[in-house]
Design a protein around this ligand. Structure first.
Ligand SMILES: Cc1cc2nc3c(=O)[nH]c(=O)nc-3n(C[C@H](O)[C@H](O)[C@H](O)COP(=O)(O)OP(=O)(O)OC[C@H]3O[C@@H](n4cnc5c(N)ncnc54)[C@H](O)[C@@H]3O)c2cc1C
Length: 466
């Protein structure tokens, strides 16, 4: 009988399998997709260089992120990001440096004030108070010496990109609770998916079996361990299972996937812990045509139109209404510069754009950029484009878990609970959603994989000792 079946070949599953195999255990990975990587997906079609559509940075590279060591062990070169300039664009074009600096420093001060309230106020804020209540309060540092409240609020909405949710949904009480690896960022050469493919090849060399294209459809406790069935009609028995199915997917399947059923409390946590939305839209150009292209690494667009009750009727109208972060790969942030722009889309524009075809979105985004950059000379059309759909991808159902949301009973311990093993330890859980400090990141997936490998190795030793 196999020692451990690992469900899912993303970061967490591969790390779990790799560690268990290194410790001499037999491991089978079952992956539903026909590719390795999960939310690590590197896209090449028509691109100048491979572009990551899921994770793209090892956050906290110099601050202890274990993905750094793994990349080194596997022989993948990583590049620390070089700081490059950023510009903010308002309705009338690029904001003067003094106004841009004011927006940035006010948001930093407002966040620091919210952190202070979240961590130190006594009594602690209610779990139903949203972060937006203090950020947008009348006397918030967000508005200090700033005549334009609308611009300050729109600029604060840049936070909705990494959060994957609106500020009205984020819990004030748990803001900044996590102790995540943060500070420096690095990117692996060639992208994240090839890195994980290399890790899988190494794991195979250590005896790990990998079956792709097999969706696990039931996980059943048996006398000797666990039986796992897949949609191909195959069944596998093992002494233990580590399930790394993303939380967004578990929301739809957890009540029927496991026999016996998961405890009611766990099902409630799965149902009510939030999975966020973050999509990427990439436009590759034949040459750089946007302003200060060789120096500026990111452009923040504030809305040029005020929202109305009606839904926007074109992709360009969606972009006009929202705060957008656009990264430029033409700047020397990474060693290889190329004429590509990448929109990071927070939930509001991402959901609105999802109503249109990818072709229409790319066309609208190009028109938007030409207008907002105010370039009057002819500009080249994109040579290739791609937009992600993580929130409708049936094997992801969202980008990642978000910071804790408002609501009775919600908090960071939800992520610890999602990682607790059941069935006397024979069914474990790993994945970004199972680590309270690093949730939502590569670090969370890696840390949870290391945690589960260590736990399962102990369990197997105990079972061997009889
Ligand atoms: C747009 C975007 C940008 C991001 N940027 C960053 C970043 O820059 N830095 C960072 O640290 N993190 C980033 N992240 C987060 C990071 O990508 C994830 O946290 C991490 O990849 C999750 O790994 P995982 O192993 O938990 O899950 P996954 O990678 O999702 O792996 C789970 C696997 O399970 C498989 N699966 C699902 N259901 C079944 C089933 N029934 N049977 C078999 N297999 C199944 C899936 O196909 C998948 O391969 C980003 C995510 C997104 C979406």
């Amino acid at each position: 009988m196999i020692d451990t079946i690992v469900i899912g070949a993303g970061w967490s599953g591969i790390v779990t399998a790799r560690e268990l195999a290194k410790a001499g255990h037999s491991v089978l990975i079952l992956e539903a997709r026909n590719r390795i990587g999960g939310r690590a997906r590197t896209f090449t079609e028509g691109m100048h260089v491979p572009v990551d559509l899921g994770c793209s940075f090892i956050h906290g590279y110099k601050e202890g992120n274990p993905a750094r060591e793994i990349a080194k062990e596997i022989g993948t070169t990583t590049y620390l990001l070089k700081p490059t300039a950023g510009l903010i664009l308002g309705k009338a074009g690029i904001l003067p440096p003094s106004i841009a600096a004011r927006l940035r420093s006010n948001l930093a001060a407002a966040r620091a004030s919210a952190l202070d309230i979240s961590h130190n106020s006594h009594p602690a804020p209610s779990t139903s108070t949203p972060l937006s209540d203090v950020l947008f309060a009348q006397d918030s540092p967000l508005f200090a010496e700033s005549p334009d409240r609308g611009a300050a609020i729109s600029f604060a909405r840049t936070l909705e990109v990494p959060f994957g949710m609106t500020l009205e949904k984020a819990s004030l009480r748990w803001t900044g609770w996590e102790d995540a690896y943060a500070g420096s960022d690095a990117a692996p050469e060639g992208g994240f998916q090839p890195l994980l493919e290399k890790l899988v090849e190494e794991a195979k060399g250590n005896g790990v079996q990998v079956r792709t294209g097999e969706t696990v459809s039931s996980i059943v406790r048996t006398d000797g361990g666990v039986h796992v069935a897949t949609d191909t009609g195959s069944g596998y028995s093992a002494r233990s299972v580590v399930c790394t199915i993303p939380l967004g997917v578990l929301k739809g399947t957890a009540s029927t996937l496991f026999q016996p059923s998961l405890p009611a409390r766990r099902l409630e946590t799965i149902a009510n812990t939030h999975v966020g939305i973050l999509e990427k839209l990439v436009l590759a150009y034949p040459s750089v045509w946007w302003p200060e292209g060789s120096a500026v690494g990111s452009y923040i667009f504030l809305p040029s139109q005020a929202a109305t009750a009606e839904d926007p009727v074109t992709p360009k109208a969606v972009l006009d209404l929202n705060t957008l972060i656009v990264a430029s790969f033409a700047a020397p942030t990474l060693p290889k510069q190329h004429p590509t722009l990448l929109f990071y889309l927070s939930p509001t524009p991402a959901l609105q754009l999802a109503q249109f075809s990818p072709e229409d979105v790319a066309k609208g985004a190009h028109e938007f950029l030409v207008e907002r950059f105010g370039v009057s000379s002819p500009v080249p059309a994109p040579i290739a484009s791609v937009m992600t759909n993580w929130h409708t991808d049936s094997l992801a159902m969202g980008a990642t878990t978000t910071p804790s949301i408002i609501g009775e009973g919600r908090g960071p311990l939800d992520f610890a609970e999602l990682g607790k093993p059941v069935w006397d330890g024979t069914l474990g859980f790993a994945g970004e959603h199972t680590d309270p400090n690093h949730r939502g990141s590569v670090a969370g997936a890696v840390v949870s994989g290391l945690r589960e490998a260590e736990r399962v190795a102990k369990l197997l030793r105990k079972l061997n000792e009889g």
